[in-house]
Design a protein around this ligand. Structure first.
Ligand SMILES: Nc1ncnc2c1ncn2[C@@H]1O[C@H](COP(=O)(O)OP(=O)(O)OP(=O)(O)O)[C@@H](O)[C@H]1O
Length: 247
């Protein structure tokens, strides 16, 4: 497995004796972009949350840059350079967009001049939010708020960005804007692990794709290969659904 991020045999249970992830493996190289796809309820969000320190891990190991990180708190993970953008709307509506972005740089809050500059830089990645920097975030559309959340995740200069269904609810134009930026971030050396329902878009931007089903690895491989095999893979999900194995 990779020396950058390696997940081995990960098991998660929200309730005793009910394992949602039942031994999942995943690796991502420095500067890589990996996508996790799979049917509803497969455990995709749970996998991302577990890496972000937000799900109850009951087994397996996760290493980041060679050190064990399973069991670390979300703030400790942020300090190591792991940013997580949740699927749920997490913008503070009463605060301005700028203040929301400032929260993303909390770990470096004492470097005021740097942080002011960094906020402008991250906002500039998403031109749709620049005119709104000093408006209340609650006044923005759902799509604009999602871009604010991604920008906020980038403020502290993470090494690894975890994105949970970032395109859910976005207009086609915003999906394109987001994916254009993800491709640029990848070129700039940021590693990205994302969960996507928007399978076609994910396959275009990812270099490696993990397919999860029922809390286990189904298949994984280079995006081009998964793209070619997609009809057969989806057929497999449908087959399991028909036989009552998938929710
Ligand atoms: N906090 C929680 N407590 C208990 N069960 C949970 C919790 N979060 C998720 N689950 C359950 O874990 C399973 C996997 O959920 P998860 O959200 O990880 O799947 P997913 O593959 O991301 O699905 P979707 O594509 O529908 O978002 C589901 O059966 C879900 O009901």
């Amino acid at each position: 497995m990779s020396g950058f991020l390696a997940v081995d045999g990960l098991r998660v249970a929200y309730e005793r004796d009910i394992e949602i992830l039942r031994g999942v493996d995943l690796g991502i190289e420095a500067g890589g972009l990996a996508a996790i796809i799979g049917p509803n309820g497969a455990g995709k969000s749970t996998l991302l949350k577990a890496v972000a320190g937000l799900a109850p891990v009951v087994g397996g190991t996760t290493t980041f840059l060679g050190a064990r990180i399973d069991g670390l708190s979300p703030p400790a993970l942020r300090r190591l350079g792991i940013a997580f953008v949740a699927q749920e709307d997490s913008v503070f509506p009463e605060m301005s967009v700028r203040e929301n972005l400032r929260l993303g740089g909390w770990v470096r809050r004492k470097e005021r001049a740097w942080l002011d500059r960094r906020i402008e830089e991250c906002a500039a990645l998403f031109p749709a939010i620049v005119p709104h920097l000093d408006r209340r975030a609650g006044l923005l559309s759902g799509g604009q708020r999602k871009l604010v959340e991604v920008a906020r995740g980038l403020v502290a200069e993470p090494k690894l960005l975890l994105l949970d269904e970032p395109t859910a609810g976005l207009s086609p134009a915003m999906v394109r804007e987001l994916y254009r930026q993800l491709a640029r971030l990848k070129q700039a050396g940021i590693s990205i692990l994302l969960v996507e329902q928007n399978v076609r878009e994910a396959l275009e931007v990812a270099d490696h794709v993990y397919v999860l089903a029922m809390g286990l690895n189904d298949v994984d491989g280079p995006a081009r290969e998964i793209s070619r095999r997609l009809p057969e893979i989806v057929q497999g999900w449908l087959g399991r659904k028909m036989s009552g194995l998938v929710a």
